[in-house]
Design a protein around this ligand. Structure first.
Ligand SMILES: Cc1cc2nc3c(=O)[nH]c(=O)nc-3n(C[C@H](O)[C@H](O)[C@H](O)COP(=O)(O)OP(=O)(O)OC[C@H]3O[C@@H](n4cnc5c(N)ncnc54)[C@H](O)[C@@H]3O)c2cc1C
Length: 507
């Protein structure tokens, strides 16, 4: 890079970073440089919805983090996939679109972030992301969509009980990511520089004012007006701590020069815990069988010519919300339904045909934390999701799992119906289900909360400024005080969009 001074630097071109970048560029308040650690998103593997299953675990496109040993799960270690490319996790995700429940935002209790405050931002981002009902869902997904007395046409909503085919950010059979909707169009302005393979190692400060960044290759880039951290709920707090902002004792013990003691940086980490049920049998869902070989062979052609067929499927085609425990007057769990044979013995691709569904807690109460274990940028932070630390989450999962099984049994899958293969008939009592959950629980890949915004001792202000220093904003999933009741991409984009509005107003 020849130029090393811009008005704004955005760290990370993920879901929020794309929105904040476009917002800053469109506000016309100066030049913007967006630095992305990963690679370009210009690849069929990113654009073809079905190919998402090949990106998880990819050395090139996934950060491939792991959790710390989860004490309530028999010390199991879980994968924490995160997109590492332009579009971030919005380029690796399943494209399911949900704002969340509107009272999620009221529940944040942060001035300026009520349901009424965030609604216009959702409407604005949706005019660009254009979520719509998945085209050509599998017949099993259509049938699942009629569960819970639903009409099969209305998309499900966390606002009430019901099932449906998901709304997705797919256009003409291709992934339409936040990079497509925000970042790429913003390049036309001439005020935007986007660089890939540009991982920020630390933020540079002068008298508690963020003045630039240093990349892992030692290159320094400076910002005249400010830096926006959009590196996601894992890397944003880690980057801050490496730069000297975090719990003083921890940073000192790692030999990091302290800029600002911020005890809450890295705390409040949480995610949606989910538990699944697998069905398998001949002629049911997508899968690898002799009978389906011709369909697989013709699928690239159908996809290339018509943008239809199985390769246009995002796999997570349908779902539901219901009230499992009935302790609240709103759904407490979300279901994802996948009309595809998912292996339950460690491999995603296995022989056979079948379908899968999982149930996850909408508003988990367990909290974990993220800590640095080394000042070295190449050493991953310790990611403790604290799964099932709160007993209510386990109780909700047990109740949700039992009702999900009932729904799967009663769904009118007709000749495509297949028996439950895992966990199967040996797991029926509450104690057995609890043990199954501890043995097999995973997450929906929605980590949030590590740089909570708020008005008390929160690290980030309601205007998304990092408290205690100048020239630094945070705009990504890390600022959510509590995870929204459904998938987190839309709320992350909304946060990026609003961050740009706040910064533009302040300038
Ligand atoms: C496999 C998977 C499936 C998912 N499915 C769905 C779904 O169907 N629907 C939904 O709503 N949500 C889904 N999510 C969650 C959703 O995608 C995320 O919540 C959302 O993308 C988070 O946005 P973000 O901007 O906070 O972070 P990200 O989108 O992860 O962006 C962070 C960006 O910063 C970059 N970066 C990190 N560190 C640095 C650094 N030091 N220097 C420079 N760049 C850096 C990263 O490479 C990345 O591009 C899924 C997530 C995953 C991983």
């Amino acid at each position: 890079m020849t130029k090393n001074r811009f008005d704004f630097i955005v760290v990370g071109a993920g879901s929020s970073g794309c929105a904040v970048t476009a917002g800053l560029v469109e506000a016309g308040i100066g030049t913007v440089c967006t630095l992305e650690a990963g690679c370009s998103d210009n690849s069929p593997i990113v654009k073809t919805p079905f190919a998402l299953m090949f990106m998880m675990g990819s050395r090139k496109r996934d950060w491939r983090y792991n959790t710390a040993a989860q004490s309530e799960l028999g010390n199991r270690v879980l994968a924490v996939p995160r997109g590492k490319m332009v579009g971030g996790s919005g380029s690796i995700n399943s494209m399911v679109w949900f704002r969340g429940r509107m009272d999620d935002f009221d529940g944040w209790g942060v001035e300026g972030w009520s349901a009424t405050d965030v609604l216009p931002a959702f409407e604005q981002i949706e005019s660009r992301m254009m979520p719509q009902r998945l085209a050509g869902p599998h017949p099993l997904a259509e049938r699942f969509a009629c569960s819970l007395k639903s009409d099969g046409h209305t998309p499900p909503s966390p606002e009430y009980e019901g099932a449906g085919v998901f709304n997705v950010n797919i256009r003409d059979g291709r992934r339409w990511s936040p990079a497509d909707a925000f970042l790429h169009p913003a390049k036309a302005s001439g005020n935007l520089t986007v660089t890939t393979e540009s991982r920020v190692a630390t933020i540079l400060f002068k008298d508690k004012c963020a003045e630039g960044v240093e990349l892992v290759n030692g290159e320094r880039i400076y910002a005249r007006k400010g830096i926006v951290m959009s590196a996601g709920a894992i890397e944003s707090p880690a980057l801050l701590m490496r730069s000297g902002i975090g719990p003083a004792n921890q940073l000192k013990s790692l030999g990091i020069n302290l800029i600002k003691d911020a005890p809450e940086v890295g705390l409040n980490l949480h995610d949606h815990p989910v538990i699944g049920v697998h069905h398998a049998g001949p002629a049911s869902g997508y899968g690898l069988t002799l009978a389906q070989l011709p369909a697989w062979m013709i699928s690239p052609l159908t996809y290339l010519l018509l943008k239809r067929g199985r390769l246009a499927s995002n796999l997570v085609e349908a779902g539901a919300f219901f009230n499992a425990r009935e302790t609240e007057d709103r759904p407490d769990v979300q279901v994802h339904f996948i009309p595809y044979m998912m292996g339950w013995q460690g491999k995603a691709c296995v022989w056979g045909s079948g379908y899968y569904a999982d149930v996850g807690v909408c508003r988990p109460k367990s909290r974990g934390s993220l800590r640095l274990v080394s000042a070295d940028v190449n050493v991953a932070p310790q990611i403790d999701l604290g799964l099932l630390d709160h007993p209510d989450d386990l109780a909700t999962l047990v109740a949700g799992f039992k009702r999900l099984r009932k729904i799967m049994k009663e769904a009118s899958f007709g000749s495509r119906s297949a028996p439950e293969m895992f966990p199967g008939n040996n797991v029926t009592s509450d104690a057995q289900i609890e043990q199954h959950i501890r043995d097999r629980l995973s997450t929906a890949y929605h980590p949030v909360g590590t740089l909570r915004m708020g008005t008390d001792k929160a690290p980030v202000s309601a205007r998304l400024r990092l408290n205690g220093v100048d020239g630094l904003w945070v705009a990504d999933a890390s600022v959510m005080p509590g995870v929204t009741s459904a998938n987190t991409n839309a709320p992350s984009i909304m946060i990026g969009h609003r961050a740009a509005q706040f910064i533009a107003e302040d300038h």
